[in-house]
Design a protein around this ligand. Structure first.
Ligand SMILES: *Cc1c(COP(=O)(O)O)cnc(C)c1O
Length: 426
């Protein structure tokens, strides 16, 4: 079973029905679960027994889908969250709090940047944002005594920078902290960051994993390989007793494979409640079943569009790491040999106004605050997702005012190119 390919895991992972049981993952549409005695239930509350008691913490539908994603990434455990935002918040807050510090790539999703630089900063966490292309020495300088994790995106949304995962993993491990990778754009079909040294992976499942614009969701996967017990003073939440569960110690009770996700479920879901609805987990699973078929097509379409744009006189620049000559082409050949996902970004001659006019004339591609959909869509980050950032911050994140983010869907490439061509003419 271990050596199954990614396609088999996409289709069959996480759920194996018994004799006479439903072929499809059942939607357990129940907030609560029945027990014969209070003692039975008490064991669940003490984390002494496995089972379900309240869907704010855990639900069988979610768990089946989460284990499929864990298998796809090659991790030991996973949990679904209500959104990608919740996944990134939990992934960090599970091991860091007030007075702690995180090293983070400055080329990340705008929503994540806000979460880190504004909201989590207000909670007393400090972030140092580094250029993902920085030298090892520069990266080294970003660490502090109280650094608890390093964070980056495999393919950054929307700048499309490709992270040198090994470089970031080595730096994180040299300082005794885990590397957290948001693998939303690549998905485990195109890149599996655990194979390059990452320790924890997050996803906005809203994007390619769902893939049909149907359900907002997130996921956190643990590799089970980061040894929290080597640095007990850094991660007391995992290595010392939790009084809210009668003094259990997560690393002792659940081992390295289970400690991190169990703690996130038992504490963060209990207290903050950002659980994915079982119905949404069901939709997510439908998306996962075809992810390995869709990602190559998204990538082929994007490469065709990027190639067309790179030769068009009205286009100032194109960013797509699958395109020979792109700044990230070599890193993409290493980390993304099977495709660089469906998202292309480009700048149009004529600045912000030209970008807005171009978008207005597109017929197939819809203007949406979304990417990674079966249907092609596009967005002007400077006036939408990234509008909270100053011009300097935008520039640091690799985004210019005339940049268009174009998410190639699963249509025929020739139709997408024809649509772009007529809009550029107009
Ligand atoms: C969309 C996105 C998020 C946030 O996910 P939501 O599901 O919208 O909350 C986080 N990271 C990346 C890379 C994203 O593209």
């Amino acid at each position: 079973m271990k050596h199954q390919g990614i396609g088999t895991k996409c289709v069959q992972g996480g759920y194996t029905p018994g004799n006479g049981e439903p072929r499809q993952i059942p939607i357990v549409q129940s907030t609560t679960f029945k027990y014969a005695t209070s003692e039975d239930m008490g064991k669940l509350f003490d984390l002494e027994a496995n089972g379900y008691f309240y869907t704010r913490l855990q639900n069988p539908t979610n768990d089946a889908v989460a284990s499929k994603i864990a298998e796809m990434e090659g991790g030991s455990a996973a949990m679904l969250t209500s959104s990608g935002q919740a996944a990134n918040f939990f992934a960090i807050f599970n091991i860091a709090g007030q007075g702690d510090h995180i090293v983070c790539s400055n080329s990340i999703y705008g929503g994540t940047y806000n979460l880190f630089a504004v909201t989590m900063k207000r909670m007393g966490l400090d972030f140092t944002f580094v250029d993902p292309d920085c030298s090892k020495e520069e990266l080294e300088k970003a660490f502090r005594e109280n650094t608890k994790a390093v964070f980056g995106e495999t393919i950054a949304n929307p700048a499309l920078t490709v992270l040198d995962i090994e470089k970031f993993a080595q730096a994180a491990h040299a300082h005794g902290v885990p590397l957290i990778i948001d693998n939303t754009f690549a998905t485990p079909v195109l890149c599996r960051p655990f194979e390059w040294g990452a320790d924890i992976i997050t996803h906005s499942t809203t994007k390619y994993m769902d893939g049909h614009g149907a359900a907002v969701g997130g996921c956190i996967v643990d590799s089970g390989r980061f040894d929290w017990t080597r640095y007990p003073e850094k991660f007391p939440g995992l290595t010392t007793p939790d009084e809210s569960y009668h003094g259990i110690t997560y690393t002792e009770r659940f081992g390295l494979e289970g400690a991190y996700i169990t703690k996130a479920t038992a504490q963060l879901m209990r207290d903050l409640g950002a659980i994915q609805a079982p119905q949404n987990a069901f939709y997510l699973n439908l998306g996962l079943e075809s992810l390995h078929v869709r990602m190559p097509r998204h990538s082929e379409n994007a490469l065709a569009v990027a190639t067309f744009l790179s030769k068009h006189p009205k286009i100032k620049s194109v960013q797509y790491s699958g395109l020979p000559g792109d700044k990230y082409y070599d890193l993409a050949q290493k980390y993304l040999p099977n495709g660089s996902c469906g998202v292309v970004s480009f700048e149009i001659q004529g600045g912000r106004q030209a970008a807005e006019k171009f978008m207005k004339h597109l017929k197939l591609a819809a203007i949406e605050t979304h990417v990674a959909d079966a249907r092609t869509c596009c967005l002007h980050p400077a006036s939408s997702t990234h509008r909270q950032m100053t011009d300097e911050e935008l520039q640091a994140a690799g985004i210019s005012a005339d940049m268009v983010r174009f998410s190639c869907g699963l249509e025929d490439a020739k139709d997408l190119i024809a649509d772009i061509e007529q809009a550029l003419e107009a």
